[in-house]
Design a protein around this ligand. Structure first.
Ligand code: ADP
Ligand code: ZN
Length: 791
C-alpha cells in the first residue's frame, strides 16, 4: 500500500489528532500504479462519499489528477503511514461528482475484480463507468429564472419599474407563478416572451428582484420505436421444457438467494422467451435485470424483441454515440430503466435492486476483455449476482466446459435442459464433405465442393436463401512465391500477410502470374494492420507471386463465377461499418439478398426463416489454432452455425467441408452429439491438467529488445518459483517461452503459463507477487487470469 508523504498544509501528529481539520479519504487513480493514496478533505467540501471522484494533487509536481474515493472517513490512526510520526497528507482540491458514480455493491465487485484479475483498483473503477459519463457527454446547461419578491408585493414592484422590458419579464414570471426555484422558468423562454435580449434580465438579477439558477439536463434520446408486433409474442404458450425451467428459476428468484441456472438449450429451443419470462417475474417484484449478449448478437432483431416486451429498457452497445451512452447510463442510474441489455461492460450497469443477470451465449470468448482489466463478463456477472443475492441465468446451445463442471461440483449451480426446438421443428440435416476426396482442379481447391454447389443451386432455384461461412477475412492467407517458396511476412509481426484485393481501380491492372491472371492488391497484417502493396515480383527470385489459402474475398469471387445471377453479399469486419452491417441483415431478412457469405459473425443469433442451407467452407480453420480450446471452438462453431438454418417449417441442411473428416470435434458436431464431445474432451483436459479441472494464468511479457525481454522473463519466473516454494503452492509453471505469435507490432513476446488445481492457489500466488513489490517489471506485462486463448 502506498504512502503519501510529500509536502502539505496539514500534518498528523501523535498528540494533535483530534485537532485535525478535515477527514481522511482513500483515493484510487486510473494510472497503472497498484496503490491507493490517502488525502485530507477540508471541512468546506466534506462529505466525500465512496464512489465519488475527487481531484487531488498527485506526484512530486502535485499535478491535479482525478481519482475515485474508495474509502471515506478513515480514522487517522488507520491512515497510511500514520504510524510514522510527521507523515503529511495532501489535501483534496475539489469533489468532481455530485453523486457517487459507483454504489457500495459495485465497489465490492470492483475490489473482487481487482483481486481476482490482478488489476489495480483504480483501473477497474475506470472501466466500470463509461468515459462518456465521466466526461458528461451530451449534457446541456440551462439557465432558469424565478422571482424573489413576495407574491403579494409583486404588482407593486412591477409598477415601480421604469423599463418596459423589465416590466414584461416580471409580468410573465408572475403569470407563470415562478416564485421559487422549483417553479423557475427557463431563461430563454422568458426572454422570448418579453421579446428582449439578456440585458434587462441581468439588471433585474443585479437588483435581486429575480434570481437565476442553472440546471444540467441531458439531451433526450429518440425512443426506440415499439413496433406494431407488440403483444404478439405475449400469446406464446410455453412448452413443457420451458415451463419446467421457468418454474425452477422462479423458485430461485423468490428465495432471494444467489444461484446460477445454466440453460443448455439448442438454438430455437425458446431460451430467449424463457429469459423474458424470468425478467418479467423479477420486474413484478420490483427488481431489475441485466441481459448480456455478445456484441455481435446485439442486432436490431434481438434488441427489438426485448424492446417490445419491456417498457423501461436501456440498451448499451458499441454503436452508441458518447451522448447516447451517457443518457442511457443516467437513465439506469436514476431508476428510469430497469432492464439493461448490452455487451460485456453492461455487467457494470448501475442498477439498484438487481434481481437477475442473464448471460446469453455464455460460452462466447468475446465476453473476455482483452485489455486491462482482463475480466470475463460472464464470470463477473456470476460474482455480481452473488454480491447482490440475485439469480444468474447462463444460456447456450454449447455450454462451456467450465460452467458444465460447475454444475457438477458447486451447489449453487443447476443445469437445465431444453433439447427440443420449439414447435417441434426438426434439427437441420448435417452433411460432412471430405475435401480430401474431392477432385482438385487446375485452379487448386475449389471453395465450393461439388455437393455443396449442387445443393446451393437447388436452394436458389426454390427462391430460398443460404449462408456460407468462412472463418478467414481477406482473399488468401498466404502470399507465396511458387518457385522459391518465399512468403510475405509482416515486417512488424511474426505472421504471414493476408492478401486483400483492392477496390481501387488504379491497382486493378491485370498482370500475368504463373499462367493465371490476377489483380494487384494490398497485403495486410491482421495484427498490426500494416499494409504493403504486393510487389510485382518476388523480391528473392524475381518470379511472380501466388495467393494460397482461403479467404472470404476469394469465396465471393467464386460465387460470382458459379452463380452469376445470385445476389451475394459479404459480411465481415473488413467490409462493414456497423450501420452497413445492420442494413445488410435487413436486406437479407427481407429477401433482397440470396447468399450471405462471411466470417463467424454470421454464426451468431440471427433468425432468418427462409435460410435452408448453411455451408461451412472450412471447418478446419479453428482446429489449427495452437490452443487447447481449439476442439471446443470448432465444435461450438459448427453447432452454432447449424442453428442458423431450418428456422421454419422448411427443412434445413448444413454442409460441413473439411480436410480432417476424422477429427473427433468435427465428427461429434456433425452428429449433434454434445455429450459425446464433452465426455471425450473432459478426459483429455483432465489428463493434461487443463481447465475446467485446473486453472490457468497467462503472463505475457513484451519488449522491442529481445535480450531485455528474456532477462525480465527469467526474473519473473524466479519470483514466481520463490513464492510457490515459500508458500508451498501446488502449481506447474512453464516458460518463459516465446508466445505463439512471438512478435507483434515490433514487440517480441514471451509467455509464462501457470497451472494450478484451483483458483485459490492462483490468487495466493498473485497476491503474494503483488504484495512483494510492484509486479511491473522493466518490460511490458499483461497478466491474464482464466485466459480464453493462448495467442
Ligand atoms: P432461442 O433463444 O433458444 O434461440 P427463442 O426464444 O428465440 O429461442 O425462440 C425461437 C422462436 O420461437 C422465437 O420466434 C420465439 O418467439 C418462438 N417461441 C419461443 N417459445 C415458444 C413457444 N413456447 N411456442 C411458440 N413459439 C415460441
Ligand atoms: Zn503486423
Amino acid at each position: 500500500m502506498g504512502k503519501n508523504r510529500t509536502d502539505t498544509l496539514f500534518e498528523i501528529e501523535e498528540a494533535g489528532r483530534e485537532a485535525l481539520c478535515g477527514h481522511i479519504i482513500r483515493v484510487a487513480f486510473e494510472s497503472a500504479a497498484d496503490t491507493e493514496f490517502d488525502y485530507l478533505v477540508p471541512d468546506e467540501i466534506w462529505p466525500v462519499r465512496v464512489g465519488q471522484r475527487v481531484e487531488v494533487p498527485f506526484g512530486r509536481k502535485n499535478k491535479l489528477q482525478k481519482g475515485f474515493c474508495v474509502e471515506s472517513d478513515i480514522p487517522a490512526e488507520d491512515a497510511f503511514g500514520s504510524e510514522q510520526r510527521g507523515i503529511r497528507l495532501k489535501i483534496v482540491s475539489h469533489v468532481v461528482d455530485k453523486e457517487p458514480l459507483i454504489d457500495s455493491e459495485l465497489m465490492a465487485l470492483a475490489r473482487w475484480i481487482s483481486g481476482y484479475y490482478v488489476c489495480p483498483l483504480g483501473q477497474v473503477l475506470a472501466a466500470m463507468v463509461p468515459a462518456a459519463v465521466k466526461k458528461g457527454a451530451g449534457v446541456k446547461i440551462q439557465k432558469y429564472v424565478y422571482l424573489t419578491t413576495n407574491p403579494d408585493d409583486t404588482d407593486a414592484v412591477i409598477d415601480e419599474l421604469r423599463g418596459k422590458k423589465q416590466k414584461a419579464i416580471l409580468t410573465f414570471l408572475r403569470e407563470r407563478e415562478a416564485f421559487d426555484s422549483d417553479s423557475a422558468v427557463e431563461a430563454a423562454q422568458v426572454l422570448k416572451a418579453a421579446d428582449c435580449g439578456p440585458e434587462p434580465l441581468r439588471r433585474l438579477a443585479q437588483r435581486q428582484i429575480v434570481k437565476m439558477g442553472q440546471k444540467t439536463i441531458l439531451k433526450s434520446l429518440p425512443a426506440i420505436p415499439k413496433s406494431a408486433a407488440i403483444g404478439t409474442e405475449r400469446q406464446i404458450v410455453l412448452n413443457d421444457d420451458q415451463r419446467r425451467a421457468l418454474e425452477l428459476i422462479k423458485g430461485r428468484l423468490d428465495s432471494g438467494q444467489f444461484a446460477v441456472s445454466l440453460v443448455h438449450g439448442v438454438t430455437d429451443s425458446g431460451k430467449t422467451e424463457l429469459y423474458i419470462r424470468a425478467i418479467q417475474h423479477v420486474l413484478n417484484k420490483g427488481g431489475s435485470a441485466i441481459v448480456l449478449l455478445p456484441e455481435i448478437a446485439l442486432t436490431a432483431q434481438t434488441v427489438q424483441r426485448f424492446n417490445e416486451r419491456f417498457e423501461r429498457i436501456a440498451v448499451m452497445h458499441s454503436g452508441l454515440t458518447a451522448a447516447q451512452r451517457n443518457v442511457q447510463w443516467q437513465r439506469i442510474k436514476s431508476g428510469e430503466a430497469d432492464v439493461v441489455i448490452g455487451a460485456r461492460s453492461a455487467v457494470f450497469a448501475p442498477l439498484s435492486n438487481l434481481g437477475l443477470i442473464v448471460v446469453d451465449e455464455e460460452h462466447e470468448p468475446s465476453y473476455k476483455q482483452d485489455t486491462v482489466p482482463r475480466y470475463n463478463g460472464r464470470d463477473v456477472a456470476i460474482k455480481r449476482a452473488q454480491l447482490a443475492g440475485a439469480h444468474c441465468i447462463l444460456g447456450s446451445a454449447t455450454p462451456s466446459l467450465e460452467m458444465l463442471a460447475n454444475c457438477r461440483s458447486k451447489k449453487h449451480f443447476t443445469l437445465l435442459h431444453m433439447p427440443k426446438r420449439v414447435m417441434d421443428l426438426p434439427m437441420p440435416q448435417m452433411k460432412l464433405v471430405d475435401l480430401t476426396q474431392t477432385p482438385i482442379t487446375q485452379k487448386g481447391v475449389s471453395l465450393l465442393s461439388e455437393p455443396l454447389a449442387q445443393h446451393l443451386k437447388e436452394v436458389l432455384a426454390r427462391k430460398e436463401q443460404a449462408i456460407l461461412l468462412l472463418n478467414r477475412r481477406g482473399y488468401s492467407n498466404l502470399v507465396f512465391c511458387p518457385s522459391c517458396r518465399h512468403t510475405l511476412h509482416c515486417r512488424n509481426c511474426d505472421v504471414t500477410l493476408t492478401f486483400h484485393k483492392s477496390k481501387k481501380t488504379r491497382y486493378e491492372r491485370m498482370r500475368t502470374v504463373t499462367g493465371k491472371h490476377m489483380n494487384y492488391g494490398y497485403a495486410i497484417c491482421h495484427y498490426c494492420l500494416a499494409q504493403t502493396l504486393v510487389p510485382e515480383k518476388c523480391p528473392l527470385c524475381g518470379k511472380g507471386f501466388a495467393m494460397i489459402g482461403l479467404g472470404s474475398q476469394r469465396l465471393e469471387e467464386e460465387l460470382a463465377g458459379k452463380f452469376p445471377d445470385a445476389r451475394v453479399a459479404r459480411i465481415d469486419s473488413d467490409s462493414m461499418a456497423n450501420k452497413d452491417y445492420y442494413r445488410l441483415l435487413r436486406d437479407f431478412g427481407e429477401g433482397r439478398i440470396d447468399i450471405l457469405a462471411g466470417t463467424q459473425m454470421l454464426a451468431k443469433g440471427l433468425h432468418f426463416p427462409n435460410v435452408t442451407l448453411v455451408g461451412v467452407i472450412s471447418a478446419d480453420t479453428c482446429l489449427y489454432l495452437p490452443d487447447f480450446r481449439a476442439n471446443e471452438r470448432t465444435f461450438q462453431l459448427i453447432s452454432q452455425v447449424a442453428g442458423r438454418t431450418g428456422r421454419s417449417a422448411k427443412k434445413g441442411t448444413v454442409f460441413v467441408q473439411t480436410f480432417l473428416a476424422n477429427q473427433p470435434a468435427i465428427r461429434f458436431a456433425v452428429d449433434g452429439d454434445f455429450s459425446g464431445f464433452v465426455k471425450q474432451e473432459l478426459r483429455h483436459r483432465e489428463a493434461c491438467h487443463l481447465p475446467p479441472f485446473w486453472r490457468l494464468a497467462l503472463i505475457v511479457l513484451r519488449d522491442m529488445k529481445f535480450d531485455k525481454l528474456e532477462a525480465a522473463g527469467n526474473q519473473m519466473r524466479q519470483r514466481i518459483d520463490a513464492i510457490v516454494g515459500r508458500e508451498g503452492l501446488q502449481a506447474t509453471v512453464r516458460g518463459p517461452m516465446p508466445a505463439v505469435i512471438s512478435r507483434v507490432q515490433r514487440f517480441h513476446r514471451m509467455q509464462i503459463i501457470v497451472q494450478a488445481p484451483n483458483a485459490a492457489t492462483i490468487q495466493r500466488l498473485f497476491a503474494a507477487l503483488r504484495a512483494e513489490r510492484p509486479i511491473r517489471p522493466a518490460v511490458r506485462i499483461a497478466i491474464d487470469i482464466d485466459p480464453v486463448n493462448l495467442l
